[in-house]
Design a protein around this ligand. Structure first.
Ligand SMILES: Cc1cc2nc3c(=O)[nH]c(=O)nc-3n(C[C@H](O)[C@H](O)[C@H](O)COP(=O)(O)OP(=O)(O)OC[C@H]3O[C@@H](n4cnc5c(N)ncnc54)[C@H](O)[C@@H]3O)c2cc1C
Length: 420
């Protein structure tokens, strides 16, 4: 590769931005700088992830030592993601086990994961307390302006600034940004982390004989629990349908309300235990799950969006983070194959071309899975037949081919630019 340095600003130090930075850092001709609005990248964010084997494969293409990194982050390999009937005459019947391939699904906390990814990136390239306010394209590339009055000139800007990020409107254009803004997907959830022993006592010892993700479904709601943080914590979640689009994404939850939505689950001790675990936290708030129903492009000139900024999704595939890591993987492959800022626009166009269809399929399919899981029926056979085909495409991808497709597309675009 040529010696010239390509200067990239990554806006947002969440999973997408930090994974991309870890990948680009390894490319000598790329200088990637991360700008994060928060003061602390890892913070004490309570969120957690489950990475299936496919996500771990894409992660490994960005950070080859990822298995060691996941171990250091306290990830717990869960045996599978087990769907079980939560109510009625079939209560307790296993519908099926998903994510049974190796490596086993790894459950871990977002804050621990980010703390480990940071170790892969030069400290001086991470800038915290830097909130992007505006971007403008100019003859030399892109200027980024931050809330603290500082600015920077870059060859390109990559928005990894999350579902309500700022960069998206510069990619889509002000006039249509509202049309393609995130909207309610029709579901809400609450997730809390509780000590392992306490969760085991309330949810039943038999559900902890193996580390496993359990998804209890039926009657318009689902209950999920899995083991993480070196087996010291359990993620506890209730998810349900949203009758109407709320004005506010957040709503306070009461025992009466949770008992009402799980009223059909009265005979299931997991439901009672889960309500107790959920309410035993400082702020029992349910959050509406929002999504990007449509996004006409992920790139505009030297500006591009990745992760939740591009394709925020509801949680039912458990693959929002997986899609974000795939984005980082493909951009790393593209930047490895360019040598000059003049090729960035073609790289971003190729990224949009190969990534958008799959990412949008995840968004749409996740909503459809939610509609199946949170439907009114609970017959195991019916669920199995409806769900199983929806899950397969996530794992049916050859990442080497996916990267090659992006690189070939970029070369095609560059060639056609030369001939014009
Ligand atoms: C509760 C929950 C559980 C989930 N569980 C899973 C799971 O098990 N498996 C899975 O695959 N996916 C899961 N997901 C989805 C996953 O969390 C997201 O898809 C993923 O975290 C997206 O990462 P991101 O970096 O794109 O966005 P974010 O994590 O939102 O990061 C965006 C970053 O940008 C920063 N930022 C925003 N605006 C600016 C600005 N103007 N200037 C500078 N910085 C800015 C923010 O502070 C933030 O740090 C879950 C989501 C939620 C909400």
């Amino acid at each position: 590769m040529a010696e010239s340095t390509i200067r990239i600003a990554i806006i947002g130090g969440g999973l997408a931005g930090m994974t991309l930075a870890a990948g680009l850092t390894k490319i000598p001709h790329v200088d990637a700088q991360v700008y994060e609005a928060a003061r602390d990248i890892a913070g004490n964010h309570g969120g957690s992830y489950t990475f299936n084997s496919t996500t771990q494969r894409s992660f490994e293409r960005v950070i080859p030592s990822v298995q060691e990194l996941l171990r250091r982050a306290g990830a717990v390999p869960n045996k599978s993601s087990r769907f079980i009937s939560g109510l009625g005459p079939d209560m307790g019947t296993v519908i099926f086990d998903n994510w049974t391939t190796e490596p086993a699904p790894a459950c871990l906390r977002r804050s621990r994961l980010l703390s480990e990814i940071i170790t892969q990136i030069p400290e001086e390239t991470i800038h915290t307390g830097k909130k992007l306010v505006t971007i403008s394209s100019n003859g030399d590339g892109v200027e980024a302006n931050f809330e603290d009055g500082t600015k920077g000139q870059f060859d390109a800007v990559i928005g990894a600034d999350g579902i309500f990020g700022n960069v998206r409107k510069y990619v889509l254009g002000d006039t249509v940004a509202d049309k393609y803004a995130a909207k309610p997907s029709g579901f809400w959830d609450i997730r809390v982390l509780q000590p392992y022993e306490k969760a085991k006592a309330l949810l039943g010892e038999e559900n902890f004989e193996l580390d496993r993700q359990y998804v209890w479904i039926g009657g318009g709601s689902c209950i999920l629990h899995d083991v993480l943080e070196d087996r010291t914590l359990v993620q506890c979640m209730i998810c349900s349908v949203e009758a109407e689009s709320p004005k506010d994404r957040r709503h306070h939850l009461t025992r009466e309300y949770l008992m009402e939505i799980l009223s059909d689950w009265a005979g299931n001790p997991v439901a009672k235990g889960m309500i107790d675990l959920i309410l035993d936290c400082k702020r029992p708030y349910g959050y509406s799950q929002w999504e990007h129903r449509e996004t006409p492009t992920y790139s505009n000139g030297r500006i591009c969006i990745i992760g939740d900024a591009a394709h925020a999704t509801s949680s039912f595939h458990g693959f929002g983070a997986g899609t974000s890591i795939e984005d980082a993987m493909v951009l790393k492959a593209l930047f490895n194959n360019i040598s000059s800022p003049n090729e960035i626009e073609a790289a971003f166009k190729a990224f949009d071309s190969v990534r958008r269809e799959r990412s949008q399929r995840v968004v749409n399919s996740s909503r459809e899975i939610g509609e199946i899981c949170l439907g009114r029926h609970s017959e195991p056979d019916k669920f199995r037949r409806a769900l199983a085909p929806k899950l397969a495409f996530i794992d049916a991808i050859d990442y080497e081919e996916h990267e090659k497709e992006a690189i070939n597309k970029m070369r095609e675009i560059l060639k056609s630019q030369l001939s014009n």
